[in-house]
Design a binder for this molecule. Structure first.
Ligand code: 5GP
Ligand code: ZN
Length: 113
């Protein structure tokens, strides 16, 4: 039993609105959406943050972006979208399992920080 929230969501121990899943990636709707479309795209393998990517696991970040390209089609995001990953306390990361926020569905703010 892990105490990582996203590992538990991936395992189905905590319910989520899954929108995409494959061997390496799980994607589900954010519980507190900050845009009309707000999806979290996560590697199934536990990686704490983007600071923990290295030669052994960086292909999983690529797999997340392959999933994002599929979500662009399935969620009809051809007008555009934004991908954000928060890392560490100053980056605003609250869940310590690498995730990519996929935000879309309106003209997003030009402000990044
Ligand atoms: P962070 O702040 O770490 O970049 O993003 C964590 C995200 O996870 C937040 O946008 C938050 O709303 C979302 N979140 C936290 N708990 C849950 C949950 O139990 N289910 C889902 N679907 N999203 C969650
Ligand atoms: Zn985890």
């Amino acid at each position: 039993m892990t105490d990582c929230l996203f590992c538990r969501i991936i395992a189905g121990e905590i319910p989520s609105q899954c929108v995409y899943e494959d061997e390496h990636v799980f994607a589900f709707r954010d519980i507190a959406p900050q845009a009309p479309v707000h999806i979290l795209v996560v590697p199934k393998e536990h990686i704490t943050s983007s600071a923990d990517l290295d030669e052994s696991n960086s292909h999983l970040a690529g797999k997340c972006f392959e999933a994002i390209a599929k979500l662009v089609v399935s969620e009809d995001l051809t007008r555009g979208y934004r991908v954000v990953t928060n890392s560490g306390p100053d980056g605003g990361q609250t869940v310590l399992h690498l995730h990519f926020h996929l935000l879309a569905g309106k003209g997003l703010s030009e402000q990044l920080a």
